[in-house]
Design a protein around this ligand. Structure first.
Ligand code: B12
Ligand code: SF4
Length: 526
């Protein structure tokens, strides 16, 4: 599929080694201009995409805006013959901006983009990028061949971890894609792709190809998956690699059904598992039902977490809050319950429930007219309110602003940490305990992860955290020269209009990505 107007450009490129720049585009929700090199996990999509090109015949470079901050270097932006873009939903506008810079500096540059927003907004994407991709990373191999010639595509796609320039205590590996559950708020549910596991050889190759020996972090949505035999084989592989000294241990994200079989904890521990992350989302069973997260109702959550820690495995989790359906009292009560329960650790991350494009939650927000006016795609970051609230907005906002820091209840955090330490000091190693308590410290002092140089956290005081009034921030004003034809790449992608109704262009776009008559009906009925 070729959408670009300048078909002749590929001939010139073929004369020398093609240059490809793969960028993980990102908008930081705090408008932090410095990136977050210390944050775990980092995105690795760009390293996987780089693997689509022949190692010897294509010069590939990587840049992660999440890790290193906004890419504003003309020398880098003007360098490639092909710009490949990836990123989460909220990064769509950033992809458009990077396209504008690169095309201004080098009008012959071919732009390829993929990821959830590109798939959900096919019409916008077709207008902005030469190759808007709807598939997985492998789709890029065919594009590499089409643009640069057969020789440019990799014979088999192996991620280029060797091109990553970061330090940090973990190596990233992917053993599966997508998920076998269908939670109502999840971007993966919106896209309906089936769970897919890599074969054991591919997992082993990823692990062995890492350039240094570190703990392996599986970035899978669901490391446990729906194939027990394969899961056991993965554990056998990891045990063997640990015995051989290839990895010191590993960490993974599992769904709650993993904990239903207590023997899994013992198996995983023996195979070198040091920590597990699971999406708890809420301790309130009714809210879990709203999220259609049935797997979290299999067993009592506190007992499940406790069993994991007693087995000598660090447990980390995330919580999400939906002020459009939860009262302020209910949300505050949930935080208090956790702070008063030393049997479970404090959450590793807290955010708002995001109405991500195409999800059942998105459709409900449209149908029930929950969206705020002038809602913007870039604000789908989990920290900016996109919807109306049950309680008065003015009352809810202090909760939203302090959510990432557990309401700013530092004294309770310290008290909880002492209780947690006493409960699990025998079950966890010093390193594991430090990781658990380090997380509590991060909740009190988020600057630990936000900034590697200074002790002051980066905070843009103009942020309202409400999409209607949230300032766009400096990246929407071009920092480099931009050709007139790309000026509109700096306009925000609007989700709703001034009345909170789904924007007509959203309806057109999303109807072509996944026919959803209901969205159109709800939006036009008003
Ligand atoms: C690391 C990570 C992050 C990192 C980096 C994100 C990034 N840009 O990659 C950080 C910490 C920034 C992050 C933040 C958030 N994340 Co996150 N994150 C992940 C995680 C664990 C791994 C991402 C990864 O590297 N995957 C491996 C690569 C190879 O796959 P991929 O990026 O998913 O891409 C696949 C396809 O989309 C496609 N593809 C993608 N790009 C392209 C480009 C081309 C050209 C082609 C051909 C194909 C293609 O190919 C891949 C499959 O082969 C995923 C879970 C997961 N396993 O994917 C969640 C995930 C991406 N995050 C998610 C969420 C919800 C968030 C937050 C909104 C959380 C929150 N606050 O509530 C925030 C957003 C913050 C913001 N400012 O907007 C969701 C989806 C988000 C979305 N659609 O917008 C996921 C899927 C988790 C989940 N199951 O809910 N996240
Ligand atoms: S279990 Fe996690 S990845 Fe799977 S659908 Fe639910 S939220 Fe998404």
């Amino acid at each position: 599929m070729w959408n670009g107007p300048e078909l002749r450009r590929s001939h010139a490129i073929k004369r020398r080694t093609p240059r490809v720049l793969v960028v993980l585009a990102h908008f930081d929700e705090t408008r932090n201009p410095r990136g977050r090199p210390n944050f775990i996990p980092q995105g690795v999509g760009h390293a996987f995409l780089a693997g689509a090109f022949d190692r010897d015949r294509v010069d590939v470079r990587l840049y992660s805006e999440f890790h290193s901050g906004p890419l504003l270097d003309e020398a880098i932006l003007g360098w490639p013959d092909m710009l490949v873009l990836t990123g989460v939903t909220s990064a769509f506008d950033r992809m458009k901006q990077l396209t504008a810079y690169t095309r201004t500096l080098n009008p012959r540059c071919v732009v390829v983009a993929g990821g959830p927003a590109v798939r959900n907004l096919p019409a916008f994407s077709a207008a902005c990028f030469d190759y808007p991709c709807h598939g997985d990373v492998e789709e890029l191999v065919a594009i590499a061949k089409e643009v640069f010639g057969e020789h440019a595509g990799a014979e088999s796609l192996e991620p280029r971890f060797d091109l990553l320039n970061w330090g940090g205590p973990v190596n990233y590996v992917e053993s599966s894609r997508y998920c076998n559950f269908r939670c109502s708020f999840c971007a993966l549910t919106g896209e309906g792709r089936s769970y897919r596991a890599y074969d054991l050889d591919a997992i082993e190759r990823q692990i062995r190809s890492q350039t240094s020996r570190k703990i392996v972090l599986f970035v899978d949505n669901n490391f446990y998956g729906n194939n027990r035999s394969l899961f056991h084989q993965k554990l056998d592989l990891l045990s063997a690699l640990k015995r051989e000294g290839v990895i010191p241990g590993w960490i993974a994200l599992v769904t709650s059904d993993f904990f239903a079989d207590l023997a899994n904890l013992d198996r995983a521990r023996r195979a070198g598992c040091l920590g597990l992350f699971s999406g708890i989302e809420s301790l309130n069973a009714d809210q879990i039902k709203v999220y259609n997260k049935k797997q979290n109702l299999i067993q009592p959550q506190v007992e499940m977490i406790s069993a994991c820690l007693e087995a000598g495995i660090v447990f980390q989790y995330g919580l999400i809050f939906d002020p459009a359906t939860q009262t302020l009292d209910a949300m505050e009560a949930e935080l208090s319950a956790i702070l008063n329960c030393p049997a479970i650790p404090l959450p590793a991350f807290l955010s708002l429930t995001i109405p991500l494009l195409g999800t059942p939650h998105f459709r409900t927000c449209v149908e029930e007219q929950r969206f705020l006016p002038h809602a913007k795609l870039r604000d789908m970051d989990g920290f900016t309110l996109m919807t109306k609230t049950v309680d008065d907005l003015g009352d809810v906002m202090p909760f939203v602003r302090n959510l990432e820091r557990l309401g700013g209840r530092n004294q309770s955090v310290v008290r909880h940490s002492l209780g947690f330490y006493k409960t699990y000091r025998r079950a966890l190693s010093t390193r594991q305990m430090a990781a658990s308590l380090g997380n509590a410290a991060r909740l009190c002092w988020p600057q630990i992860i936000h900034d590697r140089h200074r002790l002051m956290p980066y905070r843009d005081e103009t942020l309202t955290r409400v999409t209607t009034t949230q300032p766009l921030g400096p990246l929407y004003r071009p920092n480099l020269p931009v050709a007139d034809r790309y000026r509109d790449h700096f306009l925000p992608t609007m989700v709703t209009d001034g009345t909170g109704t789904l924007h007509p262009h959203m309806i057109t776009n999303m109807a072509s990505s996944q026919p959803s008559v209901k969205i159109a009906e709800a939006a036009t009925a008003r």
